[in-house]
Design a protein around this ligand. Structure first.
Ligand code: CDP
Length: 248
């Protein structure tokens, strides 16, 4: 452990180039995706990603509430990302804070760009993301869960939407930051990819990277998204080919 001021800063990168949990710079945490994990929702998915645990439920297309948001030519996509009070080390105050509102908004916009909303005029497609346990990258885990839940609900989309955060730790570009890396690293760059077209529909950045580092981070993120995409498709195959027993 090194120290900066009063804060203990963990060693994020070993001399061999391994990370705090032994991963290589281009390695994802383990990911498990279960499609169709809830009984009541039209579509649902549960994602365990490292120490993150995230549930997504999708309802719709259904009547719009509040009514004045209704659009005559297409469905609206509404998203609520929420972190449970018990999901983090220090109890999070329940309810929608500014962070949750921002994340809900960017996730809704990402899905708006892949859902064929014009097929369902005057309706709402409602996406709920509940973070039960958080360890960095929850917005990406939420997008992955919601995307599989949307497919499970039969909502027509251009493609699934894999997502991952890339960051900078101890001067190195690293795929899929865990909490210590997010807290003590130099940058965090969450992204969501439309695999078919290679288009990014969510890209945010906290911290600093040079232009070259950014290019490297984008490449690493895109290849990370492509691996996650395979797991998402497999989760849907397991559900619909009867490969996995789902308790719903
Ligand atoms: O989760 P994500 O990386 O998408 O969002 P963030 O705002 O960069 O938060 C990073 C991590 O900080 C979260 O995943 C949580 O583990 C933690 N966090 C927390 O402990 N308490 C909060 N109120 C918000 C975030």
């Amino acid at each position: 452990m090194g120290s900066v001021g009063a804060k203990e800063v963990p060693v994020l990168l070993s001399p061999e180039g391994l990370r705090i949990d032994g991963r290589k710079l281009d390695e994802l945490r383990s990911i498990r995706i279960v499609a169709g994990a809830l009984h009541q929702a039209d579509g649902s998915a549960f994602v365990e990603w490292g120490a993150n645990k995230v549930m997504a439920a999708v309802y719709g297309p259904r009547e719009v509430h509040p009514r004045h948001l209704q659009q005559n030519n297409k469905a609206i996509v509404q998203c609520r990302y929420n972190m449970a009070a018990f999901s983090v080390d220090e109890r999070k105050r329940p309810g929608l804070d500014r962070r949750s509102q921002e994340i809900s908004k960017v996730i809704a916009e990402a899905f708006e760009s892949v859902i064929f909303a014009e097929e369902f005029p005057r309706t709402s497609i409602d996406v709920y993301i509940e973070v039960l346990q958080a360890n960095a990258g929850t917005r990406c885990a939420g997008i992955v869960a919601a995307s599989v839940a949307l497919a499970d609900a039969g909502i027509p989309m251009v493609d699934l939407l894999p997502a991952v955060a890339v960051g900078k730790v101890s001067g190195a570009i690293a795929l899929d930051l865990k909490k210590e890396e997010d807290n003590f690293g130099e940058a965090d760059l969450p992204m969501a990819l439309v695999p078919q077209s290679g288009r990014l529909v969510l890209l945010q950045m906290e911290g600093h990277m040079t232009r070259d580092e950014l290019a490297k981070a984008l490449d690493l993120g895109v290849s990370g998204c492509r691996s996650i995409y395979e797991k998402m498709k497999q989760a849907l195959r397991d559900r619909y080919a009867g490969g996995t027993e789902v308790a719903a």
